[in-house]
Ligand binder design. Structure first.
Ligand SMILES: Nc1ncnc2c1ncn2[C@@H]1O[C@H](COP(=O)(O)OP(=O)(O)OP(=O)(O)O)[C@@H](O)[C@H]1O
Ligand SMILES: [Mg+2]
Length: 256
């Protein structure tokens, strides 16, 4: 990590290229992202738009460090310095996810036997001790931290209208919209420098969409930089400061 003064820009992508090699199709090359550049400042929300298959989710997966890049940089500016996510080690990516990046994927990856409450509370606990995840705490400290985290999650679940009868159950059997609200709670339960949202409202009714819009607006007001894919135009209009259209070469930004 390089140390430098903290700029208002949180995320800068420069000349990002990503292609997939289809080994089962005789090594066919599928170019998806070509020379994508963007920047997002604290408090802004950049919406990724464009037709299906143009690489919106692929770009998100590059930003969260799940996919490597073939060229270009993904610079995340943090108080600890600037990290190029495109060149970061797996360990650095995990540290960024614990401390700086929150990610709401379209579908929740449910962990068997862990209650909805604890799936979300874990995010708060790992933030409490980001340098030593899983470090042994004495029982009393662990229980009091866990109870405080669960209380924060209960408030958020109530706000997201998740029925209290579900809170202690593992989310594997929840409906699509219920799982999505657990996923949103997981992404938004603690402040992050960069919030990445892949269709966060796709399975929600109007009342719950409005709650999510409120939560995103609050995150922006706290200075979080947001990048999102929102198929729902009403949601996009309510939260996006700018749009980036993928599939136009080079990728173009538009302002409200
Ligand atoms: N892991 C992968 N391996 C091979 N090809 C992939 C992979 N992930 C995505 N692709 C291909 O990359 C292209 C872009 O996919 P992506 O999911 O990023 O599109 P999208 O813009 O998010 O579309 P949608 O609006 O339908 O969600 C598609 O042609 C897809 O088939
Ligand atoms: Mg997609």
């Amino acid at each position: 990590m390089k140390r430098d003064s903290l700029p208002a820009t949180v995320l800068e992508v420069r000349g990002l290229c990503k292609r997939f090699t289809l080994h089962l199709r005789h090594g066919l090359e599928l170019p998806v992202l070509h020379d994508v550049s963007l920047s997002v400042a604290a408090g802004e929300c950049l919406a990724l738009v464009g037709p299906s298959g143009q690489g919106k989710s692929t770009l998100m997966k590059c930003l969260v460090g799940s996919y490597g890049a073939d060229a270009g940089q993904i610079l995340l500016h943090t108080p600890q310095g600037t990290v190029d996510i495109a060149a970061a080690s797996a360990q650095q990516v995990l540290a960024l996810r614990r401390r700086d990046i929150a990610w709401v994927s379209q579908f929740l990856r449910a962990v068997p036997r862990v209650s909805a409450l604890d799936v979300v509370a874990e995010r708060l606990l790992e933030a409490a001790d980001p340098t030593a995840p899983g470090a042994e705490l004495d029982d009393e400290t662990h229980s009091s931290r866990l109870e405080a985290a669960r209380e924060t999650v209960r408030v958020l679940f109530a706000r997201l209208n998740l029925p209290p009868a579900l809170w202690e159950l593992p989310p594997a059997t929840f409906s699509g919209g219920e799982q999505q609200r657990v996923n949103i709670a997981r992404g938004l339960v603690r402040p992050a420098r960069l919030l990445l949202l892949d269709e966060p409202t796709a399975s929600l009714d109007a009342a719950n969409r409005a709650v999510v819009v409120e939560l995103i607006t609050q995150a922006k007001a706290r200075g979080t930089a947001v990048v999102g894919i929102f198929h729902d135009e009403e949601v996009r209009d309510a939260v996006a400061t700018r749009c980036l259209t993928l599939g136009v070469s080079p990728s173009k930004e538009s302002h409200d």
